[in-house]
Design a protein around this ligand. Structure first.
Ligand code: HEM
Length: 402
């Protein structure tokens, strides 16, 4: 059976290219801007590729670590997640409250069922695991918080929930909560297969987990409570500390295995530049240092975060997941090539440049999206080739008489 979540992730990789093209044309004023464009651009990557890929591989990783059989596809979860996404795709651009609440609720239920599924996975001779499960569960709990805030963002829930800066709280819950923790868990699970060695000792992995989880809590509560420094500053320090430690351990293992000879390892490592950069800027924004355009950074940096960090990390792991779970290739390697590496990092750098070079913002934005579109096309091509090979094989298998 082909993993439907990974097939859908490959589909949304292609859709994401179309919306990036849209961004290029609107930046050149060739077609009119419309209200749903930034939402679609962000969420084709976050919900379309990131969430699908996570839903597709987490049960298999957890089962593997616990010595259990790989669980059967949960079509109910796939249907809930994807019908929710489709309803949101209709509701967000038209700012239709009923559709937004319906879509958000469907996605919320899908995430809850995935949490229950992961918790229920256990083998006969249940092994202790390598510590990745807690990253996944905590990441998904932050996703639930992010969904509640995101669903309420345009339908007026922020006031009764007393969320002072809801957009920031949503981004922080999903980026520094969900994506950070799930990516860290994936690295814990992937490194032994890629390098033959564990990412780090169990104690080091547990310390990263707690620092990241508590850090994310501070970073969500900060904007929720209107920029409260008592929670934001320790949250920031814990999160930066955990991320830098994770990066050092990752780089050590990748270098030890000689993987920096290929672009995939660089994609994984360099992607973290684009989450650390806004984190480094945060103190300057909070302290209102002169010449640092805080409002512009808050409005524009999320785009670099989505493509430069989440997108780039996915360029390395999605082709790997497709090869391993669609093509059943036990020798699967990280995805990405030198072209996708240069284009995605150049695109993210240009998005940051557009924040400071106000006079030429339109053309720089357009150039950024051209590079990001090219990098997406390279990733979609690589994933597409693997996916098509798997589909052909499945078709040929189905055509054989029993
Ligand atoms: C049911 C799920 C979700 C809903 C209803 C939702 C809703 C929203 C809304 C209403 C915005 C505000 C857009 C604006 O004001 O311009 C937004 C922005 C954003 N969301 Fe979500 N979201 C969801 C899931 C996610 C996920 C899973 C992630 C990341 C993993 C994510 C990351 C972001 C980011 C980074 C932005 C800022 C985009 C920008 O300003 O360019 N969201 N979301």
């Amino acid at each position: 059976m082909l993993n439907p979540f990974l097939l859908t992730a490959a589909f949304y990789l292609v859709v994401a290219i179309v919306v990036v093209l849209d961004a290029v044309l609107t930046s050149f004023n060739l077609i009119p801007w419309f209200v749903g464009l930034p939402w679609l651009r962000a969420h084709f990557v976050t919900l379309g590729v990131l969430a699908q890929a996570a839903f597709g591989v987490l049960p298999a990783f957890v089962a593997n670590r616990r010595g259990a059989e790989a669980p059967a596809t949960r079509w109910d979860i796939w249907l809930l997640l994807n019908s929710g996404l489709v309803v949101l795709l209709a509701g967000m651009p038209s700012v239709n409250s009923t559709l937004i609440i319906a879509g958000g609720t469907l996605v919320f239920i899908a995430v809850t069922l995935l949490i229950l599924q992961l918790r229920g996975i256990g083998g006969e001779q249940q092994t202790q695991g390598n510590g990745s499960l807690k990253f996944y569960l905590m990441g998904l709990v932050y996703l639930l918080v992010g969904i509640i805030i995101g669903t309420g963002l345009w339908v007026g829930w922020s006031e009764p929930l007393r969320i002072a800066v809801p957009k920031e709280a949503h981004i922080h819950a999903n980026s520094w909560g969900f994506a950070s923790l799930v990516f860290a868990g994936l690295l814990v699970d992937l490194l032994p297969a890629l390098t033959g060695k564990a990412l780090a000792s169990r104690r080091a992995v547990a310390a990263i987990f707690w620092a990241m989880s508590l850090g994310a809590l501070g970073l969500v509560l900060g904007p929720w409570l209107g920029g409260n420094l008592v929670v934001t500053v320790p949250g920031l320090a814990l999160h930066i500390g955990a991320t830098v430690a994770l990066l050092i351990l990752l780089a050590r293992r990748l270098r030890g295995a000689g993987l920096y000879a290929r672009a995939g390892a660089w994609h994984l490592s360099l992607s973290y530049t684009w989450i650390l950069l806004p984190v480094m800027m945060a103190p300057l924004i909070i302290l209102e240092v002169a010449n640092v355009p805080g409002a512009e950074i808050e409005a524009t940096a999320p785009q670099a975060l989505i493509y430069g960090w989440m997108g780039q990390f996915l360029y390395a792991v999605v082709p790997y997941f497709a090869a391993r779970w669609l093509l059943r290739d036990s020798q699967a390697r990280l995805g990405g090539n030198w072209f996708s590496l240069v284009t995605v990092n150049l695109g993210a750098a240009l998005i940051w440049a557009s924040i400071f070079l106000t006079g030429v913002r339109g053309p720089i934005h357009a150039a950024a999206y051209i590079f990001l579109g090219l990098s997406l096309a390279a990733a979609a091509w690589e994933t597409g080739v693997i996916t098509l090979a798997a589909l052909r094989r499945a078709e040929q298998g189905a055509a054989q008489p029993a």
